[in-house]
Design a protein. Sequence first.
Length: 360
Amino acid sequence: MSQTVKGVIARSKGADVEVVDVVVPDPGPGEAVVKIDACGVCHTDLHYREGGINDEFPFLLGHEAAGVVEAIGAGVTEVAVGDFVILNWRAVCGQCRACLKGKPWYCFDTHNAKQKMTLTDGTELSPALGIGAFIEKTLVAAGQCTKVAQADAGAVGLLGCGVMAGFGAAVNTGNVTRGDSVAVIGCGGVGNAAIAGAQVAGATTIIAVDISDEKLEQAKRFGATHTVNSKAVDPVEAVRELTGGFGADVVIEAVGRPETYEQAFYARDLAGTVVLVGVPTPELEVTLPLIEIFGRGGALKSSWYGDCLPSRDFPMLVELYKQGRFDLDAFVTERIGLGDVEAAFAKMHGGNVLRSVVEL
């Protein structure tokens, strides 16, 4: 029997979000209903509201979430009723060419729930990243639920998107290891997660690069050993100076702009690695001398969702958090209610909020 619960939608491009009644159907085969405990407010949700993803309005927003499985459909074996889970937006299929190659983190056929949640008048909703978690209860594919040890939902739910993207960019994509030097350009939530990942992996020199002194100071909390304000100095020269004149072993670009990508390219050591985790808009282009791409060697990589495998990475990171070795609490700037999402979007433009977290 379907349920009617409160959720946050974007009804049209650029319009303020609304708290409305949403009808959540019983889970069908391969689906689960999850009672949401907390959900982070991510820039991606704002992109949905602004029409930057697609125009399939109205959107049910929210996707960085954790909660408890309330009901499961036929054939579900991944989780059981009562499990505490983090939601993810890449439920691997196990059958595509990436999965069959043993690289499921690149899965090309990820799953979402087949049924639609609706408004009370029957209007179908498009859940953000196939999740839609600014809501009391949501319907997802069971594979989007990753069982983890019970923990603060407001903190560990952030692994569902931004924190995992940054941590994975360093550890999974960049393969940061003991003794490496790492530079991170852009010290928002994703960039700071990359800094934290580099610290956990054993990097000894971790350089935070940003145009905000406030963000740079904050980056030290996550493990930055040095900071560079790129408005005041040339960041490429600064990174080289801090790495014996060579450049960093791994440079992580967490902005998604051509100018910062070019800085990342030249701030790495010979045979070093550049990781692009900042999401560019479609019209942006970058031009680099081909001889430099060839001559400098190394690798230019992009990081999809931190190249994570939720079943592998989420439980491990929650355990690190519980051990006090990965400070997820530091990413939570404020805890708010469902009715405060629009105000949280406005705060994003100020640049002094890592994450607002909706608690239900």
